[in-house]
Design a binder for this molecule. Structure first.
Ligand SMILES: Nc1ncnc2c1ncn2[C@@H]1O[C@H](COP(=O)(O)OS(=O)(=O)O)[C@@H](OP(=O)(O)O)[C@H]1O
Ligand SMILES: Nc1ncnc2c1ncn2[C@@H]1O[C@H](COP(=O)(O)OP(=O)(O)O)[C@@H](O)[C@H]1O
Length: 190
């Protein structure tokens, strides 16, 4: 804490940022977000994880997986993340965000307020994602019980210029989270 001229205590200024983890289902977004958030909290940062599944239960309840609905979902999450980040929180966002133009709009929202925005591609190949198949979505798609699965029969447009692309084939979740942390550190955000 610093003390102002009038003797009042002034809280330390915290620099917020949004860290968006984009990638296919089962790529590792949620796992990396949890490890990263744990480390950042232990270091004393204010952190919020905006989990895609939870957001879809409340803020985006009723939205499906059409292009339009996915875009609406991503813009809502982008708005919340930017508000949090602008106010000193590290907002960690493990959300697929399959369309480049949706992600670009979120980036622009952050740029407009001068709020740091870090895009991380969790670049796990679809073959490994479908082996991991944490929620059984790939099996359901293969069995003909689900259509429109990102990366299989629905588009995923990989980021062309992410701040970081993670190869989770050769890393533990903790190592992946540490790589993201290193990007934040290099930018003076932690
Ligand atoms: N058709 C289809 N395609 C992709 N994902 C699907 C689908 N149906 C359900 N799910 C599950 O929805 C979870 C949240 O999706 P997101 O909000 O991150 O998606 S999006 O950004 O709006 O495209 C997403 O979570 P993750 O597995 O953590 O990525 C999926 O498990
Ligand atoms: N380097 C890594 N980073 C993240 N997850 C990994 C890694 N290596 C293996 N995994 C495993 O992959 C799975 C990813 O699941 P999850 O994080 O739920 O994916 P998503 O949120 O992208 O759908 C988990 O079982 C996790 O333990």
């Amino acid at each position: 804490m610093t003390t102002t001229a009038r003797g009042r205590q002034k809280p330390p200024t915290a620099q917020g940022a949004t860290v968006w983890l984009t990638g296919l289902p089962s790529a590792g977004k949620t796992t990396i977000a949890r490890f990263l958030a744990g480390r950042l909290r232990a270091e004393g940062h204010r952190v919020e994880v905006l989990d895609g599944d939870e957001i879809r239960r409340f803020l985006s309840a009723g939205l499906g997986f059409s292009r339009e609905d996915r875009n609406t979902n991503v813009q809502r999450i982008g708005l919340v993340a930017e508000v949090l980040a602008r106010n000193g929180v590290l907002a960690v966002v493990p959300v697929i965000a399959p369309y480049a133009d949706s992600r670009e709009a979120v980036r622009k929202r952050h740029e407009a307020s001068g709020t740091p925005y870090i895009e991380v591609h969790v670049a796990t190949p679809v073959e490994l994602c479908s082996e991991r198949d944490v929620k059984g979505l790939y099996a359901r798609q293969a069995a003909g019980r689900l259509t429109g699965l990102t990366g299989v029969d629905d588009p995923y447009e990989p980021p062309l210029d992410p701040a970081l692309a993670l190869d989770t084939r050769s890393q533990t979740p903790e190592e992946s989270a540490d790589s993201v942390h290193a990007v934040l550190a290099a930018r003076g955000l932690v």
